[in-house]
Design a protein around this ligand. Sequence first.
Ligand SMILES: Cc1ncc(COP(=O)(O)O)c(C=O)c1O
Length: 392
Amino acid sequence: MSKSRLAKRILDLPPYLFAELDRAKADLEAQGKEVISLGIGDPDMPTPEPIIEALKRESEEPANHQYPSYEGLLKFRQAVAEWYERRFGVSLDPVCEVISLIGSKEGIAHLPLAFIDPGDVGLYTDPGYPVYSVAISFAGGTAVGIPLKEENGFLPDLEAIPADVAQKAKLLYINYPNNPTAATADVEFFEKVVAFAKRHDILVCHDAAYTEISFDGYEAPSFLQAKGAKDVGIECHSLSKTFNMTGWRIGFCAGNEDAVAGLGKVKTNIDSGVFQAIQYAGVEALLRNGKIPEELSEIYQKRRDQVIEGLRACGLNPFVPRAAFYVWCPVPGGVDSKEFAGKVLTEAGVVVTPGVGFGEHGEGYFRITLTQGEEKLAEALARIQRVAKELW
Ligand SMILES: Cc1ncc(COP(=O)(O)O)c(C=O)c1O
């Protein structure tokens, strides 16, 4: 089949930025060198036992072997509503304000199909999770990145968005605690987002994948705590990082009833819901395992301290995160982020992610994940320290 048979939306995808780094990593491994990856945000620890037990139990139940309901089991949606009330003090109607997702990525990616027409603008924060811009483009929209700048605490300056762009915008993605910068936002900021969305009639999708991983006693708020948020927005959550369940593919979307229904309509035409046994395991996680995210956060906090200290010993100046499991750090030595990541890989055998991989405004930074154990982190930091003097 010729390449020209591919749809334009695929041909138009931005080039895969990590191809060279992946090749360099494969070359090192082919030479028998052990590469330590601090690149992927996938928890290294297993899913806690009570959640696995719930899946085992429920997978034996024949009723769970059939097609699940599109919107998710009412029991699962009720568990979400109960968790929201307890965790954020936000009331949700489980019948029409909550829908299950096959991981939050799925909901985030399908949302523009319900709310973006060709010619519409979709706004997303840059640097950011790459799915936002691609999903807007797949729906035929124009994806416009709003820069996240260090001097604004990596929060978007909504007032700086040109009036004609805001006018054409139908959707805005935001994400706090943020990937990749690990920046956090307070309810006051979310209220400014609500006011902006009301002024321009924009649907807000807050990606809340990292609210449950936080340090030093900090608790990340929900977007839905902001006054009027439910009038303009939804929030996508994930059990992936909260309960070490990335492989299970379960998340949910909550908030504005019409937006939830719109996303649901797309989904009924594309997927057939989440395996019910996994939904029951999700109920177990949400209702009876509130301590797990706290325990995980304690582990990540220790790793954070270890990484911050190690990077400082290398002469680097990382931002100290109070949530999410990422450390965002300015690139030293006047090189760009890809060149820097390439050198760290070839000279130290450690994968770090160049900031430009998250958008043009990620240039000048790199990201390290805390999803490796203490020993691996120590080894990676020691390796980087050994080459630091030569490289910057
Ligand atoms: C910001 C952000 N949102 C969403 C996701 C998707 O999570 P999942 O689809 O596993 O729920 C990720 C995964 O890395 C992420 O970093």
